[in-house]
Design a protein around this ligand. Structure first.
Ligand SMILES: Cc1cc2nc3c(=O)[nH]c(=O)nc-3n(C[C@H](O)[C@H](O)[C@H](O)COP(=O)(O)OP(=O)(O)OC[C@H]3O[C@@H](n4cnc5c(N)ncnc54)[C@H](O)[C@@H]3O)c2cc1C
Ligand code: FES
Length: 282
């Protein structure tokens, strides 16, 4: 069975949004879960978060940032093309209930995985404050969707080209300094960003959930490639997560493990780019 791309939209020059026909996944998916996808027979398996699910259309939405060979290959596919495998929903859904005031933070392409959480938290009756950040305004994604599901909405860019100039944590700190009651913080984005958010909320003891992004292979708890240390215990992100208590995560170990295959990834990307420079990419 293959999985068809129903629609494709460019959210930013290197970020594409795909709607994929996957009726079973669409029916079962809950906020916080992901799929593992393989483009073709000789392709690798990569995890991608279910950014939205539409059971009536039998489709799920995936947002892909092109950072290496497989994501670039995926980014070149178009409406009507198919991928070979799509397994899911995987991982634990978030415990969606009424917490009170929740601050949802998305950094870079991490806005895509935080969006379904924001939407579900709002629907469950929470007051939602969202902060989304990117390097520049061109890299901000899902701005309208995030604003629509938030009671309070902030944008930050590193270069100040839109919203506050600086980091998402500047706004979080401002909210804390104003003495605002915050019952839960959820952050998804680059590892240094999630670490900075957890460091900001730790002194105030505000519960902080982060969605971890280690290297995955099977996504079903069978290999341990995705292991992380949380509260000095080893956890497998694909079955125990991907959401964890940010105050207990060993972020430095996560960052180091994510770089384990850097030379191989660079070689694969170089070879792929040389290949698509001329011939077809089958
Ligand atoms: C639970 C989870 C959800 C994710 N959701 C999204 C999403 O919604 N959108 C999105 O764009 N990205 C998401 N990612 C990250 C995405 O899986 C990687 O960007 C992708 O695997 C990179 O593959 P590549 O061949 O293009 O890049 P590569 O050149 O192979 O790798 C670039 C970097 O990506 C990471 N990476 C490489 N292989 C894997 C792998 N098999 N599993 C996880 N990380 C890997 C490594 O840190 C590496 O340094 C998610 C990751 C996890 C674990
Ligand atoms: S990816 Fe293999 S155990 Fe999680």
């Amino acid at each position: 069975m293959t999985y068809k791309i129903v629609s494709k939209k460019e959210l930013a020059p290197t970020i594409k949004m795909f709607e994929m026909g996957a009726p079973v996944v669409a029916r079962k998916a809950k906020a916080g879960q992901f799929v593992i996808l393989r483009i073709k027979e000789r392709g690798e398996r990569i995890p991608l978060t279910i950014a939205d699910a539409n059971p009536e259309r039998g489709a799920i939405t995936l947002v892909v940032e092109e950072i290496g060979k497989t994501t670039k290959e995926l980014g070149r596919l178009n409406e009507g093309d198919s991928v070979l495998d799509l397994v899911g929903p995987l991982g634990n859904p978030m415990d969606i209930r009424k917490y009170g005031r929740v601050v949802c933070i998305g950094g870079g392409s991490g806005v895509a995985p935080v969006y379904p959480l924001t939407k579900a938290l709002k629907k469950a009756g929470n007051k939602v404050t969202s902060i989304i950040g990117a390097k520049t305004r061109e890299l901000l994604i899902l701005e309208g969707e995030m604003q629509e599901t938030s009671d309070e909405f902030y944008i930050t860019t590193d270069d100040g080209s839109k919203g506050h100039r600086g980091f998402v944590t500047d706004i979080l700190r401002k909210l804390l300094d104003e003495g605002k009651q915050i019952d839960l913080v959820v952050a998804v984005g680059p590892v240094p960003m999630m670490k900075a958010v957890a460091d900001t909320t730790k002194p105030n003891k505000i519960r902080t959930l982060v969605s971890l992004n280690p290297i995955m292979v099977d996504g079903m708890g069978m290999c341990g490639a995705c292991r992380v240390t949380v509260g000095e215990k080893t956890k497998f992100t694909c079955v125990d997560g991907p959401l964890f208590d940010g105050h207990l995560v060993d972020f430095d170990e996560l960052a180091a493990r994510r770089q384990l295959y850097e030379p191989e990834e660079k070689r694969a990307l170089k070879a792929y780019e040389e290949k698509i420079g001329g011939a077809d990419d089958s």
